[in-house]
Design a protein around this ligand. Sequence first.
Ligand code: GDP
Length: 139
Amino acid sequence: MTERTFSIIKPDATRRNLTGKVNAVIEDAGLRIVAQKRIRMSRAQAEKFYEVHKERPFFGELVDFMTSAPVVVQVLEGDNAVARYREVMGATNPAQAAEGTIRKLYAESVGENSVHGSDSLENAKIEIAQFFTDDEIVG
Ligand code: GDP
C-alpha cells in the first residue's frame, strides 16, 4: 500500500553536510521525497514533537540537540513507506544498526543519530501535520 511517512535529517547530519548523501540512501531505497524544507526547530516545536519522551532522562539533551542547528523535515512516499523507512534508517543505536542503513553509515551516537522516521502510520499523519500544510506536499 502506498503510504507517507515523516522524516527529519537531524542536526548532526546537516552540520556535516550530509543532506544529499542521506537523500541518496532514501531515494535508492525506492522512497520518493514529496516535500522537504530546511528549518531551525524552535524549543517549543522540539518539545511538542518529542512529548512522548518527556519523562525520559535524555529529554533535555534531545531538545537541546534538535534545536542546535538546522534540520531538514521531509515527507516520504512509497510502498509501505513507514516500515520501509524504519528499515532504511537502521536501529536507534548506530552500533546496532545493519550494514547499509543511514545510521550505520552516518550516525555518531544513540542520541545524535542522523535521522528520525515515524514509527506508525498514525504518528506519521500527526507528525506530517505538525510541519507541513497539504499544499506543500506534491506527490
Ligand atoms: P527512534 O524511533 O529510533 O528515533 O528512537 P526512540 O523513539 O527510542 O528515541 C527517539 C530519539 O531520542 C532517538 O532517535 C535519539 O535521538 C534520542 N534518544 C534515544 N535514546 C537516547 C539516549 O539514551 N540518549 C540520548 N541523548 N538520546 C536518546
